[in-house]
Design a protein around this ligand. Sequence first.
Ligand SMILES: Nc1ncnc2c1ncn2[C@@H]1O[C@H](COP(=O)(O)OP(=O)(O)OP(=O)(O)O)[C@@H](O)[C@H]1O
Length: 969
Amino acid sequence: MSSKPRAPATRASSRNKSVTPVPTTTRTTRAASSKATLSSSQSSEPALKKSTATRKPLLNRANSPDAKTPAAATKPVSGNPTFLNISSPRDVPEDADREPIKAYLRIRPQLGEAEPSSQPYLEPLSDTSVRMSDHSSSSSHSRMSSINPSSIFTFSHIFPPEVQQSDFFNKTTLPLVRDLLEGQNALLFAYGVTNSGKTYTIQGGSNEGSAGILPRTLDVIFNSIEGLHGDGRFRPVRLQGVELASESSERNSFHSTGASSSLPVLVDVLDDLSPSSASSAVDTDSTALKLDRNHEYTIWLSYAEVYNEKVYDLLASVDTSAISSPSSPTPHARSAIPRPTSAFLNLPLPSSKSHPLLLTRKALPVKPCPSSDIEGSSADGNAGKYVAGLRQLRVHSATEAKELLRLGQLHRRVFGTLANSQSSRSHALVTIKVLRVHRGERNDPTSIQTSRLTLVDLAGSERTKHTHTSGERLREAGNINKSLMVLGQCMETLRANQRAVARSLAGGVTAGSRMDTRDVKRGLAIVPFRHSKLTEVLMDYFVGEGRAVMIVNVNPYDTGFDENVHVMKFAALAREVCTNPTTTVARVVPVPSKSQAQARDSSVVPHRRKVTISTGGPGRKVSEAHLEVLEGEILRSAGTCVLMTLPVEDEEPNEGDDNGDNSDGPINPLVDALFDEIENLRIQLYESEMRCALIEADTREEVMLEMEERMQSMEKMFARRLTREVERHEAKMDAKIDMLQRSTFMGKGHAHRVGSDTGATGSDVVTEDSHEDEFESSATGRDADYESTTSEDESYCSSKGRGRGRASSPLAGKSKKQSNLQLSASDEISGNSEDIINISSDEDDSDVLSASVEDSKQPTSNTPKGRSSKIGMKAQTPLAKAKHMLSVAPSPIFEADVKAGRAKANFRGSKLAGLQQSMDELSLEDDPDDSTVIIPNRKARQEAVAHGGPGVEYVPGKGEVDMTKKRKR
Ligand SMILES: Nc1ncnc2c1ncn2[C@@H]1O[C@H](COP(=O)(O)OP(=O)(O)OP(=O)(O)O)[C@@H](O)[C@H]1O
């Protein structure tokens, strides 16, 4: 929907200024005004160099009768979050001629379902304040981050998501357009992270009524100057200068080769890829401003981009022959579409669409303006900087201007696609220049007023950390961030300087006294405009004349909270910087020589890249073009037969510097070098972080594979072991069954024999001690065969009545393999005698077999009461060995001893022989060195060791002193 005329709205603009034409007699010069207001720009150049300028008194704004309240007063907002006041500081008086940068916030709407529908982190509180809260932030995040999870920011005005493009334009840009037509400079820049709506705000969308502020600005300008077009006798040069157009006609058509319009051009080749101009033709803004009809106006357009810290002219390859010619000033007759040419390489354009198109561009230097451009500028006057060689083309209608911009936009897109197909990676600067002259003085060049409005679409300010860029993209992002960082630093320094000046004024000027401005200047910091191309190009707006407006675009849905907080803080900073809007009158300067002008055709530096340009979207055909570009040679592209050369990045020395003013030496080379170093280190850091991440990922994968292998091998090993164990246990089980059978048989036989001999009554409960005592007492004069022991490593089976015998292992583990075989045999002869065999075999697992053979019906043996024997063995051998031991354990020795009452020596000898045999049996073929035979009786143990040979070792019981060691000692 096209906008209706908004004259009343215009008058009621926030600037509250009537549309009063500025008298042509105004002679306020920037140099003069900058001195009068003590522009802090003076600190940005080697400006602190000695000046012969007369001392000017500085007015204390606080004392000034027409002192104004700062425009952006902060409204108190309820709630307790951090309150960031973005208004100008009240404690510092401000310069009356200056006004702070306006900052407008535009909140992007949520677009469709494709976008995340999380809770937006921006909540408008009023027209000027907004609360920003990070809903996703955890307490740990807030602890670690310096960013407060909830902050309130104030702006000059906040535009909600539903705001119409026309309303937005009227509030933010229309006052600047009026200023422009009245001879004042203005700057508007859109700042925000990627995908926040900057381009939409500046250029607009494709729907009806969605035209951005740039096309609307052109509409309003041409609507307003209808019938007031000048003859174009003069044209603008550099920043503020003008020159006779007739003298520069050759230069004006510099890029024209006179090629026929039937030749293929980039627009033709990529026509279906570029947005249609048809919709923009309908979507026009009909607002017209009321102007002084005594003036004539000519409008000039330039379109540059700053990419990777280099400035390029997006209209460099436009064929201007179709646009305008000073010799035929009938503007409305010209509606030809501007066409690109191949003039840069001086190569002929192809004759048909099937032939390649050559397109090239090169970086342009940024140079200081000669002070002669400004009337009355002094030797130390700061005349700003301009982009040398940037074309300024005259446009006669809004349609023509839009077509030109479309072409420039196409070039930006083509070259931008080389860099990044997703997002604008360059800062785009469109400058509209107005030359205004009074009808009565149209032949007097000194009466020409030059004013300009620059609209800047800044590149997204996202951080490399979040975008995971690398290589060329990282360099790009680094340069974007660098230029934005420098912009912030410039603002910070400007603010500090302005505060310093204001403090000096407040503290140093008493009523009627005067202050030496040079004293104040000396204390000001250098503003680092030179550290980035963007700030260099824009510096004139901050330190010269003109108003500045900042549009902060925020997408509260899918972009990072932290990044947007930085954007907000930047806006807060910008709003504390004041600019100096005044009116400028230019002066005519000599035209540069032809040779100087032609010197721009420098050689092309080869470079190679690939381009894929795609378009499409809802309701539009999706199409793609693939270009392969090799500069210096001509390559046929894959899809469209379009050939291009790539940007040439060499800068021309001295070009465009008419006065040979090359005094733009580094302000401080050390600072420059440090800046570069910081940037390099930042990039290196990021790259090394990326490398670390890759290495970590690789290592993790390797470790994972290794672990997997190990686990597999362990699984196999355990499977094997399990099988072995099963087999072994089967064998054990067989052995045990065997033993049980055997012991039952033997026990019966033994009991029978013993019982018949002794006929003694047995005791029901016998402990080892009692057995031993009884044995000692009954076998008078004999040593006990087995000494009872109550030590902890020996336990005895105890039987109680008909109860079960239990024997815990008395064996001190000596075997490394923890193989334990315990055999305990109790031969108890009592009335209720029991033969208890307790075998414990313990290797990895514990396998205890308690065999209790109860035979209450057995006759009591006549063996001395309480006699018991115990043999404990610990071995790592299979149980088959134990089986043999068992057969030995209830040795007939006992019977012989008891019955015949043989001497102790006999008994010992037999027993030792039996033990020896047992040990031989337990020779443990598998591991002969790792076997233990445990003999509870100490003496028997000692003897066994004495006769056991070299492999037998004495192991003292718990609490027992190792005599061998003692002896050694
Ligand atoms: N106010 C709005 N209303 C409707 N659509 C919008 C609005 N603002 C932005 N958009 C849409 O959001 C998308 C991203 O916007 P845009 O391209 O302008 O972002 P950007 O900030 O310029 O991104 P970049 O910095 O990457 O170029 C586009 O599809 C655009 O049409």
